[in-house]
Design a binder for this molecule. Sequence first.
Ligand code: NAP
Length: 252
Amino acid sequence: MRKNVLITGASSGLGAGMARIFAAKGHHLALTARRVDRLEALKAEIEAAHPDVEVVVHALDVNEHEQVFAVVKQAIRELGGLDRVIVNAGLGKGGRIGTGKFEANKETAETNFVAALAQCEAAMEHFYERQAGHLVVISSMSAMRGLPSTITTYAATKAAVAHLAEGIRLDLMRRKDHDIKVTTLFPGYIATEMNEAAEQEARMMVDVETGCKALVKAIDKEVADAAIPTWPWAPLAPVMKHAPLGVLRRLM
Ligand SMILES: NC(=O)c1ccc[n+]([C@@H]2O[C@H](COP(=O)([O-])OP(=O)(O)OC[C@H]3O[C@@H](n4cnc5c(N)ncnc54)[C@H](OP(=O)(O)O)[C@@H]3O)[C@@H](O)[C@H]2O)c1
């Protein structure tokens, strides 16, 4: 069992939902986010429900890269090592390219990609030292193609983190005698704060609990990658990947 799990972006949505499920399965947790009051409340809730589970929380803005390395090291000391790191913190701000939304697009690009790189570096350093560990990267179904309008930068960052994870997985294929795995997850629509405004997608949206159960199931299996939930996203993935642009534009 990958006992000690660090989750970034654990103050809401998928991060908090996965933390609750992992705690119920007996994992110790290191939870990070900027809204530390929410992390403290989650820690109190988990410790009340599961007294044997150890939870440490840390205020962390993943765009403060030195802090990413420092907090990962601190969590390693506190829990006696990390067995799994879930690169989950992310945001979906943005505007159509060329319409004066550079700052929002840049924040999304930095948070979802450069900061994810820092998290992967910090996690993999530790895993290479121990020759064991599980890196989990939360991408998105939007990674399947370039996408228009407000989601262009977001989709590009999610394709980038998926490629980052795949590159790390290829590095590992050349090394023997280790137990390091890399999982990339591609969630569809899960009802979190991030997509509160996306009412038009309600048909394909699942609630946080359903979404997080599916995420944790795929994480526990340590699959290389998975669309989450499987239905309808696994069959839709190749359609999104290979549809002619005209078809894709009508879908978006
Ligand atoms: N929900 C979906 O349908 C869906 C689909 C595909 C992929 N995803 C991905 O799933 C991940 C979680 O998103 P969510 O749906 O759970 O949305 P959410 O409820 O808005 O949660 C986002 C989390 O990321 C954290 N975060 C954002 N910017 C951060 C920063 N600079 N430093 C540290 N933490 C930061 C937030 O914490 P603080 O604000 O407290 O720092 C929050 O805990 C994201 O990577 C998202 O792209 C979600």
